[in-house]
Design a protein around this ligand. Structure first.
Ligand code: SAM
Length: 277
């Protein structure tokens, strides 16, 4: 099948008057090669379902459609819809656009088969969306992979290892039952308009979940431990019922600080808490 002729994204932006809104975190990607590389990160998308947050003028959407994906895209900015409808016409039956706030939309309700999540995320809701997707009760979740553009500092927090400043709640939530990598750094000049900071793409795929741990317990434990990250665990976990006993059961010295505790150790503590030992 030959690829449809599409107008340059700059023309789409001009024709539909899509001046970038700061409040909506609009920093558009226009370089077709870069967009193709990002859409290639999850592997072949041919016949795969993709959930995209914030298609904007549709650059990343195009790349996914050209790779053969069936895309469901949620966009909050109504100004983008005519451009996206036009894009959908070039790829019959491949694109469904939902106008709305991605924070209020559960992709599982929108797509009936397992899907990939692909997004150049709006910076103001990116972390909250990630935490929602990582907190699914069902595991493996309905999503097969997450390929997400973040500010580089956030990307580094997601893939961080213990011992450094970047390591915190986000790293544990992203790694306790999934593998998180940063396959691509993206210079700020790649965006229109360029944001103040550098960006990076994070790729996350679900692993087998450890037995006997609920996401709620991991959430509470990491919130308490990293809520006072400079304090010793015996202080930061004092208010979390059973946590100090659980540290002892697992053999973790309570004078350690949260940033020295490995993801595996957090899982062991959560297992003891969930077992009610
Ligand atoms: N995908 C486009 C690209 O890569 O050029 C645009 C990415 S831009 C960083 C973020 C997009 O998310 C914008 O189109 C913005 O309107 C949209 N957006 C912002 N907040 C949103 C929300 N809560 N729900 C859905 N879309 C949102």
């Amino acid at each position: 099948m030959s690829e449809p002729e599409l107008p340059p994204l700059r023309d789409v932006i001009a024709r539909y008057g899509l001046s970038a809104s700061k409040a909506l975190g609009q920093n558009f990607l226009l370089d077709a090669q870069l967009l193709e590389r990002i859409a290639g990160i999850p592997g072949s998308l041919s016949e795969e379902h993709v959930f995209e947050v914030g298609p904007g003028p549709g650059g990343l959407t195009r790349a996914a459609l050209m790779a053969g994906a069936k895309v469901t895209a949620v966009e909050r900015d109504a100004r983008c819809l005519p451009a996206l409808i036009e894009l959908g016409k070039a790829f019959p039956d491949q694109l469904r656009v939902v106008e709305g706030d991605a924070m209020q939309i559960d992709p599982v309700q929108e797509i009936s088969a397992p899907f990939h999540i692909l997004s150049n995320l709006p910076y103001n809701v990116g972390t909250a969306l990630l935490v929602n997707w990582l907190s699914a009760d069902k595991w493996p979740p309905e999503w097969k992979s997450l390929t997400l553009m973040f500010q580089r500092e956030v990307a580094e927090r997601i893939i961080a290892q213990p011992g450094g400043k970047a390591y915190g709640r986000l790293a544990v939530l992203a790694q306790w039952r999934a593998k998180a990598t940063m396959p691509m750094k993206v210079h700020r000049s790649a965006f229109t308009p360029p944001p103040k900071v550098m960006s990076a793409v994070v790729h996350i795929i679900p692993n087998k979940a450890p037995e006997g741990v609920s996401p709620r317990t991991i959430g509470k434990l990491t919130a308490a431990a990293f809520g006072q990250r400079r304090k010793m665990l015996r202080q930061s976990l004092k208010a979390l019922s059973g946590a100090l006993d659980a540290l002892e059961t697992v053999g973790i010295d309570p004078t350690r600080r949260a940033e020295t505790i490995s993801v595996d150790e957090f899982v062991q503590v959560a297992q003891v808490l969930d077992a009610g030992l």
